[in-house]
Design a protein around this ligand. Structure first.
Ligand SMILES: *[C@@H]1O[C@H](CO)[C@@H](O)[C@H](O)[C@H]1NC(C)=O
Ligand SMILES: *[C@@H]1O[C@H](CO)[C@@H](O)[C@H](O)[C@H]1NC(C)=O
Ligand SMILES: *[C@@H]1O[C@H](CO)[C@@H](O)[C@H](O)[C@H]1NC(C)=O
Length: 400
């Protein structure tokens, strides 16, 4: 039996799916789409690769638009731009949008496999990992969007985010003036996350005071500013192990338990090796602590450094609030009560109740887990295509 399993695994290592071995840009080219790699360096020195699919395979454009409108995607926590490329071209949002006539841009934040370059530090320096989601929002997201607008000559773009990819846009819009917000013509938020009401393990295990002590520890350098990542050789072993047909059932069951997924019914489990070859990506310990605070505070704030350090960093004893009331950019939410991370109650109580005039529509979907918004097979018809038709409607009504 063991020998049999070994043979199955060995056989797979020779027959690795090509999609497992390609980076995002090469994968896009592999499926026959034009692709560009853009390198955006932020004011604080991080360079990340942003991939662009300037048009779809049949070069379709949108009636009445002289230039293809830009749709910019930002990925979630522990993911990278791959999350928009994981399924087949007829299913994955990056390809579906390109084929629908859009100029597609795929952002990446620092610390992911596309963001390991800094003008002064290397990933082996603790200072490289001295960031949280606020920095993703204030530097990576903001400057990558400005870059896409500059390169295309557009004044505004359409934005699609998933999970932390929505959080960073909520944070950005909350602190941006109306002029910057006008760069975001519409903000589509899938599995929107701006705070939590329910306890979610393991983020809520720590008492607030204890969490603050831990943060002081990290800031003092006693625990270390470090990356949080699963070493590549571990993921590749899991990938090899899970890649055979029989074992993939066990791995699916394992993921089911590990992620507490209500249902994996929407996920194409034969693509699990492809998902795992580019997931999870790294983030920083500080970002995880920032997320733990967001769980505790039920709202978005900058990282709470403790009173003394807050006073130095922010000029006030409390961590500044990132108030989503300030958002005027048109925002549309897609969420589900079956999302085990940010459920219907979180979305209604924390986002819908507190948002200002920006919130124009929201859709409560049946049976979408958090991951389904990126890799679920029903997402193409129930989320991505409705977003495309909504954008067409906007373009028709108000021009390109
Ligand atoms: C890092 O960025 C610099 C310029 O910003 C570039 O010259 C260099 O090639 C990049 N290195 C990698 C590994 O991407
Ligand atoms: C991290 O950043 C803060 C402020 O941005 C700075 O005070 C601190 O020295 C930095 N720590 C490291 C290890 O780079
Ligand atoms: C699932 O993925 C496999 C392998 O890439 C593919 O051949 C199959 O068509 C996909 N199934 C569905 C329903 O999309």
């Amino acid at each position: 039996m063991l020998l049999f399993l070994f043979l199955l695994i060995a056989q797979h290592s020779y027959g690795k799916e090509i999609e497992e071995t390609l980076d995002a840009a090469d994968l896009i080219a592999y499926y026959g789409y034009p692709v560009e790699r853009h390198y955006v360096t932020t004011d604080d020195g991080y360079t990340s690769e942003v991939q662009r699919i300037p048009r779809g395979r049949d070069e379709r454009s949108i009636d009445g638009c002289s230039k293809r409108p830009v749709v910019f995607f930002m990925h979630g926590l522990f993911a990278s731009s791959h999350e928009y490329l994981f399924n087949l071209p007829s299913q994955s949002p990056a390809f579906v949008f390109a084929d629908a006539g859009f100029d597609v841009w795929l952002g990446n934040v620092r610390g992911t496999e596309y963001g390991l370059n800094h003008t002064k530090f290397t990933p082996s320096d603790p200072s490289f990992w001295n960031f949280t989601l606020y920095d993703y929002s204030h530097f990576d997201l903001r400057q990558q969007i400005e870059h896409a607008l500059e390169k295309t000559g557009h004044k505004s773009l359409f934005y699609v985010g998933h999970s932390q990819g929505t959080t960073v846009m909520f944070a950005r819009l909350a602190e941006a003036d109306a002029k910057w917000q006008s760069k975001i013509r519409m903000f589509f938020a899938m599995g929107p996350t701006a705070g939590f009401l329910k306890p979610l393990m393991p983020f809520t295990l720590l008492e607030r005071d204890y969490l603050q002590k831990l943060i002081q520890f990290v800031l003092d350098g006693r625990f270390g500013i470090k990356p949080v990542m699963v070493p590549k050789d571990v993921t590749s072993k899991i990938v090899d192990f899970c890649s055979t047909k029989i074992l993939s059932y066990f791995c699916t069951a394992g993921l089911h338990v590990a992620l507490n997924l209500e249902s994996l019914g929407q996920v194409n489990s034969s693509r699990l090796p492809i998902f795992l070859s580019h997931f999870p990506s790294a983030t920083s310990t500080l970002n995880i602590l920032h997320w733990m605070q967001i769980f505790k505070y039920h709202e978005l704030r900058r990282l709470d450094l403790g009173e003394e350090r807050n006073l130095i960093a922010y000029g006030q004893t409390e961590a500044p609030k990132l108030d989503i009331k300030n958002i005027v950019a048109q925002t549309i939410l897609y969420f589900s009560k079956d999302d085990q991370i940010t459920d219907e109650v979180d979305v209604r109580e924390i986002i819908i109740k507190n948002m200002g005039p920006g919130l124009i529509e929201n859709y409560d979907l049946d049976h979408f887990t958090h991951a389904d918004f990126a890799i679920g097979l029903r997402a193409t018809d129930e989320v991505y295509k409705p977003i495309i038709y909504r954008i067409y409607k906007e373009l028709k009504l108000k021009g390109c």
